[in-house]
Structure formats: structure tokens, C-alpha cells
Design a protein around this ligand. Structure first.
Ligand SMILES: [Fe+2]
Length: 228
């Protein structure tokens, strides 16, 4: 079952923290497709870095991650990226079905991360506004790293590793998660590129700055009124 419910330990007091984080894990077992996605990202990397000004985020100062706001991988026309788009839509719908949540018109914006040794993503979350919905990450190429999720309650104001929930970044692994959840990655020390694709799904077509469609960057991922 791809739905994985991370839960707090049973409460021993009426005031103890109670939480549940539903993750959805799905594997895309297609080495040829992963290789094509990898080539596509690397082929586009230079131009995107030139064209989009960097905004440091999650401890990453440069590279595609800090340009996440200026492109959307779900608009890329390469066949491998269209196949990825279909995979994400199917997984997203399966996640809703597993949770018993009805489909709704929603929007997606995604970016690529290329990390080359000595870097890690610092703890961050994608959205804790009242509109927070879902996010995802997908491992294209990677050696030994994990994405580490943290329970929604912090002790002494800082994430504690002993309470974390690490998930190994295996090639082809998709993790869908609520956008509110704090997460980070372990330090990547290998010299080869660690390539992941990440994205946010929104019910409202506005970004955190209030721009509709994030200035043309959001596209529809699902709409039960017009999509079977
Ligand atoms: Fe993230």
C-alpha cells in the first residue's frame, strides 16, 4: 500500500501531542525514462541559470533550486517530461482516493534540483498558510541520501534528529506529502549529480505573494469537471 501514515506515539496524557502525517510513496521503475529525465534537466540547467535570478532558499544559494520560482517543469514538452506529468497526476489521484478526499481543480508548479556534493537542503516547509495543500519530490539520480521529515511538534524550538522520519531517496521514488511538513535532506557527499524534481500542488491559483497563476507559472494538474 503506497499510503504511509506516520503517527505520534499513543498519548499518555490529555495534553500530549497527537499528529498524523499521511505520505504517499510510489516507485517509477523505468530506467530509460529516468535517464531521459536526467538528460533533459542537465540540458536545460545552463540556460535556466543564466535566465533566472537566484533567490537563495533552504540553504541553497545557487543552482536550479534557487531558481524554482522562475520555471515550471510541468510545462516542458519533452516526451519524458510528459510521461512524468502523467505519472504525477495518476499518483496524486491515487493519494486522494486512498485518503477518501474528493478530486478538485488544482494547479501545479515544479522545479528541478541538481546538487553536486557538499550540499544539503536545510529544514524548510513549502506552505503553512490556511491554503496549504500538497507537495512532492521525485528522485531522478542519486547515491546515498535521505529526505528527512519532522513531526509537526518541535522540542525546544528546533528539529530533533532522534524524532525525525528519514526516507531514502531511491531512484524513481516519488513522495507526496502535505506542504506543511518540515523536511530537509541529508548531506550529499558524492561527486555525481543528485537530481530530484519537486513540486507544489495548490487548490487556489495564487502564489504566496498573491499573484494569480504565479505570474503564468501555474498550470492545471487535475480538474474533475473536464478530465476523466
Ligand atoms: Fe522541500
Amino acid at each position: 500500500m503506497p499510503l504511509k501514515r506516520l503517527k505520534s506515539a499513543p498519548a499518555k496524557s490529555p495534553f500530549a501531542p497527537v499528529w498524523e502525517i499521511p505520505l504517499f510513496l510510489e516507485k517509477l521503475d523505468d530506467a530509460a525514462l529516468l535517464a531521459e529525465i536526467r538528460s533533459t534537466v542537465l540540458a536545460r540547467e545552463g540556460e535556466l541559470k543564466q535566465k533566472i535570478p537566484a533567490k537563495p532558499i533552504a540553504g541553497i544559494d545557487d543552482g536550479l533550486t534557487s531558481r524554482w520560482h522562475g520555471f515550471n517543469i510541468f510545462t516542458w514538452p519533452e516526451p519524458a517530461m510528459r510521461a512524468f506529468h502523467g505519472f504525477i497526476r495518476r499518483s496524486y489521484r491515487a493519494y486522494l482516493a486512498a485518503m477518501g478526499v474528493p478530486r478538485a481543480r488544482c494547479y501545479v508548479q515544479g522545479w528541478a534540483n541538481v546538487v553536486r556534493g557538499g550540499e544539503k537542503f536545510a529544514p524548510h516547509c513549502h506552505d503553512q498558510s490556511p491554503y496549504a495543500y500538497l507537495s512532492g519530490n521525485f528522485t531522478v539520480a542519486c547515491t546515498d541520501t535521505s529526505t528527512i521529515y519532522y513531526p509537526p511538534f518541535l522540542y525546544q524550538g528546533a528539529p530533533r534528529e532522534d524524532r525525525s522520519i528519514p526516507i531514502r531517496n531511491e531512484r524513481g521514488l516519488l513522495t507526496l506529502f502535505p506542504s506543511t511538513i518540515l523536511h530537509e535532506t541529508s548531506l550529499y557527499t558524492d561527486g555525481s549529480e543528485r537530481i530530484t524534481l519537486a513540486f507544489d500542488i495548490f487548490l487556489q491559483d495564487y502564489d504566496l505573494g498573491g499573484r494569480q497563476g504565479m505570474g503564468g507559472m501555474h498550470i492545471v494538474l487535475d480538474d474533475p469537471a473536464v478530465m476523466a
